[in-house]
Ligand binder design. Sequence first.
Ligand SMILES: [Zn+2]
Length: 319
Amino acid sequence: MSFEQPPSSQHPRFWDSPNPATLVFKAQDSECLFRQNVEHLAKHSQVFKDLLAFPQGENSEGTSANPIMLPGISEHSFEQFLAWCHHLPWQDDSSIIAAAGDERVDQLLSLLHLGDMFLSRGIMLWSIDRLQIMGLHPAQLLGIALKYRIRSTEWIDRPVKALIVSTPISNITPQHLDWMTPRVFLLVAKAKEAIQKERCLLAARPMLLPMDDPLRPFCADHKTCIRSACETWALVIASKILHPVNPLNILDATLCNELLRSTPFPRMKPECFKEMCGRMEMKQGFTRHAAGLVDGVIQVIKDYIGLNPILENNSIPTD
Ligand SMILES: [Zn+2]
């Protein structure tokens, strides 16, 4: 009866006792060997489940002498993956919080990547849930969403709005471009240009003002109301819409409607002012076209992800 001698390169932490379900693995960048009970890993990963179903012959891979190679996977990444599968300190949020911001993001991204490689939905959702609160740049959020098929509001809708509305093109770096991919950047840039055009149109466009109707006059001196409305729009509202540094966010209906309601329109009759504000709100006068543009970009990006996203909504199901 012979026993396999533990090699000197065995991993100090991930070296299970041998049994018919243990296999030996070797990461790309190290001589260190991992001996793992694949039955346990199969609970978390379809790849290991398939491996378990594969009949092991005399000369099969998976021994210390002939380990299963893990191309593209570093020793550190595989350690993290195994720690997650064994519910070791990875599962304890405090140990991850202890890592500094960028380092923690890198660790979570590495785990997400391995979750994807080993077809582990549980690991992917766990990593996504934690990455979501790391304050990532919208371009990075979009890049991760595209790469790992995340089609939720937090990962697509919000970053797209942030990039279109509040991120100047001059602030976009090559790193951002790498993250979000050139085709998504092009969509965002085109939407920004279209929204700028919409601002110009909105600033110049006559308001949804109730014009005088001989059959239904609004007030006894409605010409004065119209003059007041046109003058105030040109002098006050249009300058806020086109402000060069801090333009009015024409996607924010509440903000736009508040601006209109709080702006004094001298000599305009209160009932005509009320009618004008009501029409703007009802017909979404400020936001309709811009919101439609942004929704279009969001839909195109969601279509890029295609069918079978790893996450559709923001609910993170338990695996
Ligand atoms: Zn009037």
